[in-house]
Design a protein around this ligand. Structure first.
Ligand SMILES: *[C@@H]1O[C@H](CO)[C@@H](O)[C@H](O)[C@H]1NC(C)=O
Length: 501
């Protein structure tokens, strides 16, 4: 009887005003809670007729739609693949648990559900040796083969795809063209020689084709990683924006003719600071070749993304590289806070469709690096996870930042769409203590429902660092004329509810 009554009751309230928050995931600033689902005593939290607003008031406006989100992830460098493949040998159970923890997209799982993977085409500063896919000086590329990469790269990618499935998006870029196409005759620094424009376009097409032949779909190609970086200690190459556009024009045609019309081309793939210049100039040269521009964090600020957006509001923006660093001056929470402010919430608020960090996995000293490189010097770069030689591993602050953000937009249904950013603002006397991203995730045909998921990623950074003590913020959430109340602890909370379209 009781069960039936409850079932009837829930049927009755399934009207337009039945929104309830059941799903709440938190990472606390003091690490006492690390991406754990929360079960407060007042669960579910109902949206009710509005009363007074809280100390902060989050106003969600789902009638304002912004960019669709492609997802969150990291780079499978040769070094990351090596570290992971070593773990597979040392402790296969931990390996598969770790891959699940990173990539399992199952709805409601306590996993980061990463869906974006970035892979260098040939050697980078995180490779065991310097190589391109066609080292022989031969414009017909007769020796072209992606099998010159270490075999653990492709085997690890196979394992990741077996977990991430169809939702995985792979983006690729060379760190340098083959050395003979550059002014130094090697991949180590120098300038691209524009007489090889056709050959580089062909090289990139063949990369996409051979990776496809191994069973992986490429989502996007960047013509050159960091085209304004020349460093003689690792693969790098200068490429000016007009030549980048000339390569992109050729590649676009080659991809289309070879049946890869859905593979996108990104311009720039370098720092925020030049957002108004290089990528705008490249896209000016050939707006049809480029899907948009991609950005790294090492110079400029995230607001610079708006310079590209303002020039090309109909093109996409992707954030594709930033690394954590081992540095005694930084601490877990300040790193986590920076990542949320600038990348996981910040970059998306400036129209990015992705946040992709650098190495997925490294050891506890940021190794292995390319022998002889001065990249990631000092205490070293930190992977998203640290894997130790004894087969144990540690999920770093970057992992938790990615997980809190990814869970807000990962498809609700296996074949459903990713989230899309929607309008949100914060009011109230403590409005400055919360940073908020809001997202709507649609449903698949199979799910046969118009109850979308509405998610918030909320950082309460009232951490007491400017005086006072760390304080939770009692908050009201306004949605379609109804109001829910939740007290956000210091740290990051991701929560969601469902509502009809
Ligand atoms: C590559 O071959 C061409 C044609 O033989 C030659 O002109 C060029 O100098 C060679 N480049 C390098 C780096 O050896």
């Amino acid at each position: 009887m009781r069960t039936t009554g409850l079932a009837l009751l829930s049927l009755c309230v399934l009207g337009s005003q039945a929104q309830q928050i059941w799903d709440i995931w938190e990472t606390a600033y003091d690490q006492s809670v690390l991406f754990e689902r929360q079960y407060p005593s007042d669960l579910p939290i109902n949206f009710v007729t509005p009363g007074a607003i809280g100390a902060a008031d989050i106003v969600v406006d789902d009638s304002t739609l912004y960019q669709p989100i492609d997802g969150f992830g990291g780079a499978l460098t040769d070094s990351a693949a090596y570290i992971l493949s070593q773990l597979k040998e040392t402790n296969s159970d931990n390996y598969w648990t770790l891959l699940d923890t990173l990539f399992d997209p199952t709805d409601g799982a306590a996993t980061a559900a990463l869906t974006f993977l970035r892979i260098p085409l040939g050697a980078s500063d995180f490779s065991p040796y310097v190589y391109s896919y066609n080292d022989a000086n031969d414009t017909t590329l007769s020796e072209f083969s992606i099998d010159v990469a270490p075999s653990y790269l492709w085997s690890t990618l196979t394992d990741i795809q077996s977990i991430g499935g169809a939702q995985l998006k792979i983006i690729v870029a060379p760190w340098s063209a083959p050395g003979w196409m550059t002014s130094t005759g090697t991949m180590l620094g120098g300038t691209f020689l524009s007489q090889y424009t056709d050959v580089l376009a062909q090289y990139l097409l063949m990369s996409v084709q051979q990776i496809y032949d191994k069973g992986f779909n490429i989502y996007a190609v960047s013509i050159q990683n960091e085209p304004e970086n020349s460093n003689p200690t690792y693969p790098t190459m200068l490429l000016d924006p007009d030549t980048e556009a000339a390569v992109a024009t050729q590649l676009r045609t080659l991809l289309d003719d070879a049946g890869f019309g859905t593979v996108q081309i990104f311009a720039w793939e370098h720092n925020w600071d030049q957002a108004a210049n290089y990528p705008v100039q490249a896209v000016n040269d050939d707006p049809n070749a480029f899907a948009g521009a991609s950005f790294h964090c090492y110079a400029g600020t995230v607001e610079d993304q708006m310079s590209f957006y303002d020039a090309y509001p109909d093109k996409g923006i992707w954030f594709t590289e930033c690394t954590g660093e081992f540095d005694s001056a930084s601490a877990w929470w300040s790193d986590f806070k920076w990542n949320m402010e600038n990348l996981m919430i910040g970059s998306l608020s400036y129209y990015s469709r992705s946040v992709v960090l650098w190495n997925l996995a490294l050891d506890g000293t940021g190794q292995p690096l390319l022998p002889g490189t001065n990249s990631c010097g000092g205490p070293g770069c930190r992977g998203i996870v640290t894997v130790n030689s004894d087969g144990s591993y540690l999920l770093n602050q970057e992992y938790y930042a990615l997980a809190q953000a990814s869970r807000a937009v990962v498809p609700k249904d296996p074949s459903g769409p990713f989230g899309q950013r929607i309008g949100s603002s914060v009011e109230g006397t403590l409005d400055y203590e919360l940073l908020v991203g809001a997202y709507k995730t649609g449903r698949s045909e199979e799910a046969d429902t118009d109850w979308n998921r509405y998610s918030l990623v909320v950082m309460n950074w009232d951490d007491g660092e400017n005086g006072g003590t760390a304080s939770a913020v009692e908050t009201t959430i306004e949605f379609r004329g109804m109001q829910a109340t939740y007290t956000f602890p210091v740290g990051v909370t991701t929560l969601w509810w469902f509502a009809e379209n």
